[in-house]
Design a protein around this ligand. Sequence first.
Ligand SMILES: Cc1cc2nc3c(=O)[nH]c(=O)nc-3n(C[C@H](O)[C@H](O)[C@H](O)COP(=O)(O)OP(=O)(O)OC[C@H]3O[C@@H](n4cnc5c(N)ncnc54)[C@H](O)[C@@H]3O)c2cc1C
Length: 471
Amino acid sequence: MASGEQGKYEFAVHHSLFALLNAMLDCIVVGGGITGLTVAYELSLRGLQGVLVEAEDRLGGKIHTVVEDGFVVELGPDAMVTLKPEALALCTELGLADEVIAAQTRPAYVIRDRRFYPIPSGLFALVPGRVRLRDIRWVSWRGRLRAAGMPLQVLLHPVPPDADVPVGPTFRRWAGDEFTTWVVEPLLAGVYGGDIERLSLRATLPQVATRRTEFLRSLLRSRPRPSGTPETPFRSLRGGLTVLVERLRERFGSVEVRTGLPVEGIHRSEMGWVVETAGRERWRARHVVLTIPPGAAARLLRETAPDVADLLTRAVLEPTAVVAYAWPGTWDWLGTGFLVPRAERRWITACTWLSQKWPRRAPEGWNLVRVFLTGSTPMPWPEMDDETLARTVWQEFIELVGVPAVPHRVWVQRWTDGLPQYTVGHLTWVEAVEGAVARYPGLHVAGAGYRGIGLSDCIRQARQVASRIME
Ligand SMILES: Cc1cc2nc3c(=O)[nH]c(=O)nc-3n(C[C@H](O)[C@H](O)[C@H](O)COP(=O)(O)OP(=O)(O)OC[C@H]3O[C@@H](n4cnc5c(N)ncnc54)[C@H](O)[C@@H]3O)c2cc1C
């Protein structure tokens, strides 16, 4: 290289190094789902300098509301639940309290042998003592009597508070086969989509696993609630959950947002972390927060933090899909949706009748439903193309509910990294991940893959990370 050229080269290197040093940020947030957005919001509130980098062109991650021609279609999460307060508290903090809507108080149903049975609302906590046995009509009397013996069985077969046991076998011992297959399985699959024989009791039902005394007390003492109690734990926002995403975005002051940029590399530098995208954009910061699914985080950390990457690759995520259909006509269906137990061997895991569950989700005179498909169904839906999938699922839907209709609009959304599976060992794995991450100052992981998959769980984790960064 001629000396003049070398001089130019050195200048360029020094110049870009200088630019790099100059751009030392407080934090880089990777991933623009609810976790990343909440971290960025918290950092903005405190005036920290940062950037949030999202691979897709839109923010929100799993929160994906399609608003078109009077339809408000949730293709990701559908509701915030009142039992976990963080999501609703965030809405209030962001001035969205007037936008919060409650679901209709009609019941949800469960299917057994093609018949629909209303689910008593007290059953959602999976405590049979809180509902009248006669209201669990889809379970035989024998099965219900067996489930009624649960308090005694819990005493006879206690699970030590720190033991990690699978949900299925434990409930079979406590409440019997029938109750487990037709009640516990569909209720849990509607949230986690997974296989109850492998899901961890501690990780998915901590109210049952770790607060044993409280649980027993509720089994023994709680008075059954009347069935069809007119209270619903489900809330959303008038314009869909995307409104929360937009409002968070509006509040970012000191945090820049970059979308359409997949992060491809993370390296350590003397003073912190360097994050690089495919297009060779790069930022430097003291902290980096990975709010992307664990497998994706593993790929980024392979060279920099191989021990963390090794642990993260062990995470299991199950594909899920949402298929939504709209058709004209007045059709007053029974309730807000239904669950399909795995034992029914069908494509559908759950169905939400959006236009009946929420106000103004579809134009007047239209029906809007969404169907939830998960790995808990034995059907090979992930291998099908969208058109065949939508046709097959619609066939099953009309067969079940008897709608004499043809869908005029169809939306198909696949989530390949849909639902993290909290199988036995999950919490030990999370502790190991957190321990390994702690060895890299300034590195943080958070989100649905770790300590809770619901929106409120993600918001709580995001706030904890933000506090650690502030410390
Ligand atoms: C179908 C479905 C229904 C659900 N229903 C409910 C419900 O009703 N109520 C509820 O509370 N919860 C529900 N959940 C769970 C909840 O929606 C999710 O757990 C939560 O939204 C996940 O948020 P997150 O921030 O952890 O991750 P995500 O939303 O997955 O966000 C991660 C982001 O990281 C981005 N990313 C990935 N790799 C990179 C990269 N290399 N560089 C940059 N960005 C990257 C992704 O594009 C994505 O935007 C549902 C989930 C699904 C799938």
